[in-house]
Structure formats: structure tokens, C-alpha cells
Design a protein around this ligand. Structure first.
Ligand SMILES: Cc1cc2nc3c(=O)[nH]c(=O)nc-3n(C[C@H](O)[C@H](O)[C@H](O)COP(=O)(O)OP(=O)(O)OC[C@H]3O[C@@H](n4cnc5c(N)ncnc54)[C@H](O)[C@@H]3O)c2cc1C
Length: 388
């Protein structure tokens, strides 16, 4: 682990960042990791883990001071997502999803909206981001959820599917189409929906391969009446908001995937050193050393790339979509490969629930699918080279 220790030591955190990161690692070791297998097995919301996250005030690090936050760098936010996800991928994605859903409110909300809603987020409210529908996944512009203005209110009709934290969220950022705008892309608009809104209902909770402690919900809006004051941006500005938000949530998804990959790498190395086959340890075989070398190199380079993307965002860069796509693509492919190889290096024990790598492999798969499937990211990156 020498190379990864060196990498970490050279990251030069500010003193307050280092202290917070140490505190996060402590709750990850003492609360989040020890409970992760149980929450996965029971498919229950990781309440103790989220309470520990909120006790440290981790939402506050991405909320501006004027609205109750104690803002810190995006780079630190990513390191925190990675550390929590290493301990429990479900807890990591619940925490990160609050950021994904609420960051657009921070970036694009009016003063009134931010004053009214953000102190709740800083204090630990759970956020959700609702884009996907049954017939609108990779092509989000095919969404049909409808916003009809009615005086000071907006009437919401339609359904959302596969929404992380949909059943647990206090505030949901929901994307739909403005009834008065005909063009299907120009009509997309963004609305903050509060949990208690009449006409908003949580439907089925999906049974899943992994991330079993993170609830994935179907949502129904049957004439739900939301104050127009909750509209983010103007009618029809939703697509711009959506794309800008995804650019900041994709590195966060990469950090989450790297958390899973790191956990698998650590378990794999420990096991390969401890387990002997014949008179040699599993890691004494050169074929396996080559495998470890490739995985370690990929992990180190992907982490460094993510740090680079974070530095772009912290530095105020306006265009970093392709860099974010590369981070998401590489980190999630690595999480899948790393966890699969970690299971392989555990032999039969890797397939048994007693060992964490079994869960990690199940948790890894979705990282290649959500926030744009990796096919979509390959298309985004590849087509950027077409000369116009
Ligand atoms: C556990 C879980 C949590 C989720 N959380 C959220 C959430 O919080 N909020 C939210 O809005 N959504 C969420 N989603 C939805 C997720 O983002 C979508 O499932 C994903 O975007 C893919 O959409 P789809 O499932 O409709 O697949 P489809 O779009 O139907 O894709 C099917 C296949 O076609 C491929 N494909 C699509 N376009 C192309 C292309 N251009 N080139 C080549 N191949 C292509 C895809 O890669 C895929 O292999 C979640 C999903 C799951 C399973």
C-alpha cells in the first residue's frame, strides 16, 4: 500500500480539510463499515450511518455560509464521498445524491429559494434527483412528466422511475415538461418538490442486485400542486440546468465508484498475502503480481485524474463535461473490474457472503449504468473528436 499512502500524503489538504477527512474516516471505520453488511442483507435504510454523516454536518460542506453551510472544496467533497463509499456504497450514494439533487438549487436558485430551503439541506435533509422515467432513461429528453401552470401553483402529473432516495428524500429536484412549450427539449423545466406535497406518492421500492440499503423508488405525481416559487430557473431552462448539474454529479459518481474499487483492492491484497496455496502465498505467483500491478496502476491514475477534474471545478472552470465523463467512465469500469478480480483472487471464498468482496462486486455494476451509461459516455467522448 506504500504507493497509495504516498499519494494520500502528497495531496496537501488544508488543516481544516485534513481534520474533517480524519473524522469522516473515523465514522467510516466505527459506524458505517461495521453496519454495511447488515443493511445490505436486510435491505434497510442505513439510518445509523446517515445519522453519523449528519452528526459531522457533511451536507454543510457544499452549502454556502449565508444559508447555514460551512463550505469547503469540491475536492474535499469528492474525497469524502470516496471514503464513505469505501465503507458502504449505499450510504455513499445516499450522501452523494443529496449533493446531486441540491447543487442545482445552490447554483441556480433565487435568493428566496435558497434562504427558504438550503438551511434544511445544511442541517441534514436528504435530497433526490428525479430525471428517469419508464421510457426516458439514456434519452432523458423523452420524459413526459408534465408541469401545468395554475395561478401561483404548478400542477404536476406523471411518473418517475428508479429514483435514488426517492422514498427517503425531504426535497426532490424533479425534471418535467412545461405544458405551454411545444418543443420537447425547450419544454424541460426543473422543480423542487417537498416530501409532504399532496398528490405526490412513493410507489414501489425496487429489489436490486446491489446497493440494497439505498432505496430506489418509483414516484407518482397525480395532480400534485407545487408552489410556483419552487420552480428552478425559468420555464424551459431545465435542460441547461440538467446538463450543468450532471457535469458536477458525474465526478461525484466517479468518486463513489473509486470508493468501491479501493475497498476491493484492499481486501484483495490482504487476502492474497494471507492465503497460501501449496507453499506459496497467492501474491507470490507472478501471474497474480502482474494482475495487481495493472489494477494498482489503474487505481492510481484514475484517482489522479479525478483530482485533476476537482481542481478544474474548484478553479472555476466553465467547461469540464468531457473530463467529467472520462472520470465517470474510467472509475466505474475500474470498480467493476477490480471487484470481479477481487472475487477471483479470493477463490471460492469470494463468492460467499462472509467476505465483503461479494457485496462489492454486486455494488459495482450499477456504477457503469447510472448518471449516463458507459456507452453514452463513450459516445460523448468519442464524438467530441468529429471535426465540424
Ligand atoms: C439503482 C438505480 C438507481 C438510479 N438512480 C437514479 C436517480 O436517482 N435519478 C434518476 O433520474 N435516475 C436514476 N436511475 C436511472 C438510471 O440513470 C438509468 O437506468 C440509466 O440512465 C439508463 O437508462 P435506462 O435504464 O432507461 O436504459 P436505456 O436508456 O433503455 O438503455 C438500454 C441500453 O441501451 C444502451 N444505449 C442507450 N443509448 C445508447 C447510445 N447512444 N449508444 C449505445 N448504446 C446506448 C445503454 O447503454 C443500455 O445498455 C437509477 C437506476 C438504477 C438501476
Amino acid at each position: 500500500m506504500k504507493i497509495f499512502k504516498q499519494l494520500e500524503q502528497r495531496r496537501r489538504w488544508a488543516e481544516d480539510e485534513r481534520i474533517l477527512l480524519d473524522q469522516v474516516r473515523r465514522i467510516a471505520d466505527s459506524v458505517i463499515a461495521p453496519n454495511a453488511a447488515r443493511y445490505d442483507r436486510e435491505e434497510t435504510f442505513p439510518q445509523d450511518s446517515i445519522e453519523a454523516v449528519n452528526k459531522l454536518g457533511l451536507n454543510a460542506i457544499f452549502v454556502p455560509e449565508a444559508y447555514g453551510g460551512t463550505p469547503m472544496s469540491y475536492r474535499l467533497y469528492l474525497a469524502i464521498v470516496q471514503a464513505i463509499s469505501e465503507a458502504c456504497a449505499s450510504t455513499g450514494i445516499i450522501y452523494a445524491t443529496t449533493f446531486h439533487g441540491m447543487k442545482p438549487l445552490i447554483d441556480f436558485g433565487t435568493e428566496e429559494q435558497k434562504k427558504r430551503l438550503l438551511p434544511r439541506v445544511a442541517a441534514g435533509a436528504i435530497g433526490s434527483l428525479a430525471i428517469t422515467e419508464a421510457a426516458a432513461g439514456s434519452d432523458a429528453t423523452a420524459m413526459t412528466l408534465r408541469y401545468t401552470p395554475d395561478g401561483d401553483d404548478i400542477i404536476v402529473d406523471g411518473n418517475k422511475l428508479f429514483i435514488t432516495s426517492g422514498s427517503a428524500a425531504d426535497l426532490l429536484l424533479v425534471f418535467g415538461k412545461w405544458s405551454e412549450i411545444e418543443d420537447p427539449k425547450q419544454a424541460i423545466s426543473a422543480l423542487i418538490v417537498e416530501k409532504e406535497t399532496p398528490g405526490f406518492e412513493v410507489g414501489r421500492i425496487e429489489e436490486k442486485l446491489g446497493h440494497r440499503a439505498s432505496p430506489t423508488a418509483a414516484l407518482a405525481f397525480n395532480g400534485a400542486r407545487v408552489p410556483r416559487a419552487n420552480l428552478l430557473g425559468k420555464p424551459g431552462e431545465g435542460l441547461r440546468l440538467l446538463l450543468a448539474s450532471l457535469n458536477k454529479s458525474r465526478p461525484s459518481i466517479a468518486a463513489h465508484a473509486l470508493g468501491i474499487a479501493t475497498a476491493a483492492f484492499k481486501d484483495m491484497i490482504a487476502y492474497m498475502n494471507a492465503r497460501s496455496v501449496g507453499k506459496r502465498r497467492v501474491l507470490d505467483y507472478q501471474a497474480n503480481q502482474f494482475l495487481v500491478a495493472d489494477l494498482a496502476a489503474e487505481l492510481a491514475l484514475t484517482e489522479s485524474w479525478l483530482d485533476y477534474v476537482a481542481s478544474l471545478i474548484d478553479g472555476g472552470a466553465s467547461e469540464f463535461g468531457l473530463e467529467a465523463s472520462i472520470a465517470k467512465l474510467r472509475a466505474s469500469d475500474l470498480a467493476m473490474r477490480m471487484t470481479t478480480e477481487a472475487v477471483q483472487m479470493h477463490g471460492g471464498y469470494g463468492y460467499i457472503r462472509d467476505y465483503r468482496v461479494e457485496r462489492l462486486m454486486r455494488d459495482a455494476k450499477i456504477t457503469q449504468i447510472w448518471e449516463g451509461t458507459n456507452q453514452v459516455h463513450r459516445q460523448l467522448i468519442g464524438r467530441s473528436f468529429i471535426e465540424k
